[in-house]
Design a protein around this ligand. Structure first.
Ligand SMILES: [Fe+2]
Length: 222
């Protein structure tokens, strides 16, 4: 397993530390000017992640103000529908093409507000209250860089994120990954929420059907 970070990641870390972004747009500007190179970060992939984890997640860097993850997506890998909890500012850099869904949550009800794809080379600002889902509906493995930050070193990032499970009509809070529902990583504290509107529900179950494919088939694809 590779352990020493490639130069494009080290440069990005240095730029974030020196510029101390105060919000997600400032961070996205830094990432746009100093993008991580796919060929450099590929050896750090976790396409061989456990099947119960609905995507691969590897921490590349962590300090008191921000952390950087490399996410690895086999065909059919998706997050659950989630927000970003205590994260004050963040950004995602797409190193490949992704399916993406953006939701609005009010009165305990989720509705789909955007289904435009998130494409290779794009960056997306992440806000704590953005509720979304992303994944790989393509035929090839995919990678993305995720940065979560805070301007308050007393507060950890990406804690208390909400995860929504339309399969159960319930939601919970996570202190880490936003994996899709799986019997082996069921959370203990579930709360009712009425669910999704009909269009969002049909769309969600169409996407999650993809995840039932045998992940081992795709482990060796880069
Ligand atoms: Fe997210």
């Amino acid at each position: 397993m590779k352990t020493s970070l490639p130069s494009s990641v080290i440069q990005l870390i240095n730029e974030i530390q020196e510029n101390a972004p105060r919000n997600s747009n400032e961070l996205a500007g830094i990432v746009n000017n100093h993008p991580v190179k796919r060929e450099e970060i590929l050896p750090f992939h976790t396409f061989n992640h456990a099947a119960k984890e609905s995507y691969g997640r590897r921490e590349l860097y962590k300090c008191n103000f921000f952390c950087i993850y490399l996410m690895s997506w086999c065909p059919g890998d998706f997050t659950a529908i989630h927000d970003h909890g205590t994260t004050q500012w963040g950004c995602v850099q797409a190193l490949d093409d992704f399916t993406h869904r953006l939701y609005h949550f009010s009165n305990n009800y989720l509705s789909l507000i955007d289904s435009r794809p998130f494409l290779k080379g794009q960056t997306a600002a992440v806000y704590n209250n953005v509720i979304h889902m992303m994944g790989n509906a393509g035929k090839n493995n995919a990678l993305s860089i995720h940065i979560y930050g805070t301007s308050d070193p007393q507060k950890q990032v990406a804690r208390d994120s909400r995860i929504f499970y339309p399969e159960l009509g319930q939601m919970t809070y996570t202190q880490g990954a936003a994996y899709m529902l799986h019997p082996e990583n069921m959370p203990e504290q579930l709360h009712d929420f009425p669910g999704l509107d009909s269009a969002a529900r049909e769309d969600y179950f169409n996407l999650t059907q993809l995840h039932k494919r045998d992940i081992s088939t795709f482990k060796t694809l880069h």
